[in-house]
Design a protein around this ligand. Sequence first.
Ligand SMILES: Cc1ncc(COP(=O)(O)O)c(C=O)c1O
Length: 357
Amino acid sequence: MIIQSAKPCLDEADRAAILRVFDAGLIAEGGDIERFEVELAAFLRMPGAVAVSSGFAALHLALKALEVGCGDEVIIPCVSTCPALRNAVWAAGATPVYADINRNDFNLSIDSVGTAMTPRTRAIIAPHHTGIPADIPGLIALKIPVIEDCAQAIGASWRGRPVGSFGTASVFSFYATKLMTSVDGGAVCSLTPSITERVREFRYYRHRRDGRMRFNYKMQNLHAALGRSQLKKLLQFIERRHAIAHQFLGVFTAAGGDLRQSMHQVDGAVYFKLALRLAPADRDRLLDEAQQRGLPCSTEFDWVAEEPGRYPNAEHLMARIITLPVYPALTDGEVRSLSTMFKESLLAVGAVDSGEA
Ligand SMILES: Cc1ncc(COP(=O)(O)O)c(C=O)c1O
């Protein structure tokens, strides 16, 4: 039996939502886009949201709305799960500048961001990696606009407030394997109306006569219909992810692991993946053992910065991280099989401590 590392969670309600729009012939434009924006904004407790075609489009438009362009620098993490961040910075004509992450999670280190800042720094892109809320107010205190990247964290909260409600602008991705999906899709929110207005303005080029450059980054009605249907189930999805992660954590602690090796032991986190820290040699052996058994675990992150040696926290974590899939489409049987594979792999490795001094 092959178990995928990620898969969307789709049901009859999603099918009905898509068919409703399909049968009406309203696949590209239609009322579901605006309704999705209203429902998303209500979920996030934000004044508004602008739906777009992808998380990348959301990042690019947020940078444009903040008037980031040629000659400007944008700080992003030196490691990421997705090249979208630096590509969006390049698309805006700016230069990505890399900062280290924290020692215990993959979110930006505020100290390292402070060191990376120059007079040309115009924005910081701060992802809540793997669903762990980043300290956005701490970054905002540096007095540079912060784009809060919630691609892996919609539904998470920080000190009781939804992630996505802190940044100068916040961006979301609804790609097929994210916490909820609209096939491909994204959104931008902000507490500052002029920022969301600019995003809306740049999103599409038709019916404009002022000769300004714009994009085709709008969300399709068919996608918005699916997004609306998925948003209704998001909290259930998050609960299911939590339950699966806790099943795997039970296996991990029974094999001698410590809960503190899970990166998710912070308030408000959601499980995009279950991320664990192990001593480097154990991590490598566990990856090997797991892969031999068909357990789709991974190291998840890649270097984005060209000079890894300059980022000690990232180097530390990149040698230690292992992630397990916890997506809600996993059946109970698949979760049982994964638990067995995980248990056998852990037993084959022996020690599973974090290797911290
Ligand atoms: C943290 C982060 N930001 C942005 C993106 C880009 O989103 P999309 O794939 O919808 O363009 C991703 C996608 O994987 C992501 O993980």
